[in-house]
Design a protein around this ligand. Structure first.
Ligand code: FES
Ligand code: FES
Length: 169
């Protein structure tokens, strides 16, 4: 069957088999390798993408179900103007980890800050809980998300924020 969808703002279509996942289509049919195929069981978050505005594990979404959908992947975050603010924060805070977990973490963070621009420390911790990494800690990641949140808030309201200092330990 032919599936037509919008990926990162562009119309795309692909011939897909009934067993294929959205992740398979993105990677193997459309050449978008940002979302990673790690566990393929919905456990690790490496394949995180946004589907019609919802954060999903692309490995668990059947390609046949995304006809007409809007999909955003990590490839769509940066623009001609440069890195997405979340990507910039990951770089600045030293939170860029391996190629398997980082794309999903960036997408999950962008989704969190779209939904909760005032995300608390606990919100950030919870939002990252679906993206697994057993190699390092999560301290730099949490700082990067908080920095992206604070940068966005400053861009909207340049008045100094009071209070919400993150635990940098
Ligand atoms: S590859 Fe999809 S959640 Fe791990
Ligand atoms: S899985 Fe990427 S650094 Fe651990």
């Amino acid at each position: 069957m032919i599936v037509t969808l919008e990926v990162n703002g562009e119309p795309r279509s692909a011939e897909v088999a009934g067993w294929e996942s959205l992740l398979w289509v993105l990677r193997e049919r459309l050449g978008l390798l940002g979302a990673k195929d790690a566990c393929l069981q919905g456990e690790c978050g490496s394949c995180s993408v946004m589907l019609d505005g919802a954060l999903v594990c692309a490995c668990l979404v059947m390609a046949a179900d995304v006809e007409g959908a809007q999909v955003s992947t990590v490839e769509g975050l940066a623009s001609r103007a440069g890195l997405h603010p979340v990507q910039r924060s990951f770089v600045d805070e030293g939170a860029v980890q391996c190629g398997y977990c980082t794309p999903g973490l960036v997408v999950a963070t962008a989704h969190l800050l779209d939904e909760r621009p005032d995300a608390s420390h606990d919100d950030i911790r919870e939002a990252l809980s679906g993206n697994l990494c057993r190699c390092t800690g999560y301290g730099a990641l949490v700082r990067a998300v908080a920095a992206a949140r604070d940068a966005a808030a400053t861009a909207i309201d340049p008045a100094p924020a009071d209070g919400d200092s993150e635990d940098r330990s």
